[in-house]
Design a protein around this ligand. Structure first.
Ligand code: GLN
Length: 486
């Protein structure tokens, strides 16, 4: 049951071979037995009520393809019924008065919510170690990080604790954990998925997307979660699309761009080997490889780590002990209340970002850092447009190494930032990017560590990315491998 794809589950449900209630209960049982720390809040009663509702819809034949299928949400999407913490002490006991648009969309499709998934605090991180509620373990090797910030989402899908999960990507947080946990994830073009009810980190970069087992499943989920939302000022007015429409299209003649900068000395040899082997598969499928350059790649790290903290410092000013969540219990006056609330409520990484953000936005430094970063961001976007004159899709690694050990980089923020080198530019440019499992890297008898292949497309070319990913998954079985015991 827990190893089926969404499409297989949809068949089982429509043929009445399993009920939504049985399915939900099966997953709840597995979640109860798991020690991965992937879930932050589960409420069996709420889940089973939604499942009963889905069963009634199925009985009436009032269904979509997703009706009765379970899904879990990254705890950055607010939910009326489950707590919404964003991985922070600041929101430890917070319940939202409304559902995020994405949550509403999946409910409307009849999906059944399994609960809320662990993540880095306010989605800031690459390893899921910044969660106030403790790190998530990688199901392939419990000594390893699952990747961040959507570590709970990727680990839950990899471990069969959910057949699908929502996630968000500001600078790589869908692609990185998908890569480290051997599952499939796609970050759509900025503006495709509503940010309404997605707790804000860096608003010009934040974008929701799905994590599932296959590209086909991701396409089905995107069908439900994309679309214009008048409640999000940067939501894009686009006609609805069927993202499954050309999944199986032939790849003959596809030009794959390989950015020189993604295959340099910083790339671990085990990751490179898996990527090169995947590229060989693509050649067999009729694609040709083209050498391209994204010359500003290196600058994406300083640029992102100026812009994202700047936006975060502004977005997080709302957590002041007055409006939401946590308030320090012991204070003398208003300023003291603000100070203690924020000192006690935020973790170290979040504080670091607020300080950096406030600094780069301050008088005298704004021009030198923030404005400069915005200009380079524009050039990074231009790099991609130049590259897409020579190729149809760009491929490379998602991360320079396989998942590292929990704790290894915990005291070194810069080492964490450097792991984002291959994902940040896509986010800064607002382009769609994807990670699909393509092999394993260094590991030992106690665990394997997955490698993800990154696919980057031009604006609105999610359907093409999904097609390119699906063809690979038709001829390989990396996406079908399971961690031991799952
Ligand atoms: N690792 C990046 C950061 O720490 C990206 C996080 C994300 O995409 N949410 O900001």
């Amino acid at each position: 049951m827990h190893n089926h794809t969404l499409r297989e589950l949809a068949d089982l449900l429509s043929q009445r071979k399993i009920s939504a209630t049985e399915l939900a209960q099966g997953y709840l049982d597995r979640i109860g037995e798991s020690d991965l720390n992937a879930y932050l809040h589960v409420d069996a009663e709420l889940t089973l009520a939604q499942a009963a509702n889905a069963d009634q819809r199925i009985a009436r034949n009032d269904t979509t393809l997703l009706t009765g299928i379970p899904i879990a949400h990254k705890d950055i999407f607010v939910t009326r019924d489950w707590r919404s913490t964003a991985g922070s002490k600041m929101l430890e006991n917070y319940t939202s008065p409304f559902d995020a648009t994405v949550v509403e969309q999946f409910r409307a499709a009849g999906m059944v919510t399994l609960g809320k998934l662990n993540c880095d605090e306010f989605a800031m991180g690459s390893s899921n170690e910044n969660s106030f509620f403790g790190p998530v373990k990688n199901p392939w090797d419990k000594r390893a990080i699952p990747g961040g910030s959507s570590g709970g989402s990727a680990a839950a899908v990899a471990a069969g604790l959910a057949p699908a999960a929502t996630a968000t990507d500001t600078g790589g947080s869908i692609r990185q954990p998908a890569s480290h946990c051997g599952v499939t994830g796609i970050k759509p073009t900025y503006g495709r998925v509503s940010r309404f009810g997605m707790i804000a980190f860096a608003s010009s970069l934040d974008q929701g997307g799905p994590i599932a087992r296959t590209a086909d499943d991701c396409a089905l989920l995107l069908n439900a979660m994309t679309g214009f939302d008048p409640r999000d000022s940067t939501s894009l007015p686009r006609d609805p699309e069927d993202f499954t429409r050309n999944l199986a299209e032939d790849l003959t003649g596809l030009r794959i761009g390989l950015p020189r900068e993604y295959f340099g000395p910083g790339l671990a040899s085990d990751v490179e080997q898996a990527i090169r082997a995947a590229l060989k598969e693509y050649e067999k499928l009729g694609a040709t490889l083209v050498d391209i350059s994204l010359p500003k790649t290196e600058l994406s790290i300083p640029v992102y780590y100026v812009i994202a903290p700047a936006e975060a410092s502004s977005n997080l000013s709302r957590f002041d002990g007055v409006r939401y969540g946590f308030r320090a219990s012991d204070y003398t006056d208003l300023s003291d209340m603000y100070r203690k609330t924020r000192a006690e409520g935020f973790g170290d990484e979040v504080k670091r970002r607020i300080l950096v953000g406030a600094y780069v936005l301050s008088h005298g430094y704004y021009d030198a850092y923030y404005l400069q970063a915005q200009k380079i961001r524009r050039l990074i976007a231009q790099d991609f447009q130049d590259a897409f004159k020579q190729c149809d899709v760009i491929m490379g690694p998602v991360t320079p190494t396989v998942a590292w050990d929990l704790g290894d980089k915990a005291d070194d923020p810069v080492a964490n930032y450097l792991a984002d080198i291959f994902t940040l530019s896509t986010s800064l440019a607002g382009l769609p990017g994807m990670s699909i499992p393509c092999g394993f890297g260094q590991g030992d008898k106690n665990g394997k560590r997955p490698v993800g292949l990154q696919l980057i497309g031009n604006y609105f070319e999610e359907a093409k990315l999904l097609n390119v990913a699906h063809r690979f998954q038709m001829v390989t079985d990396w996406h079908a491998r399971r961690p031991a015991g799952v």
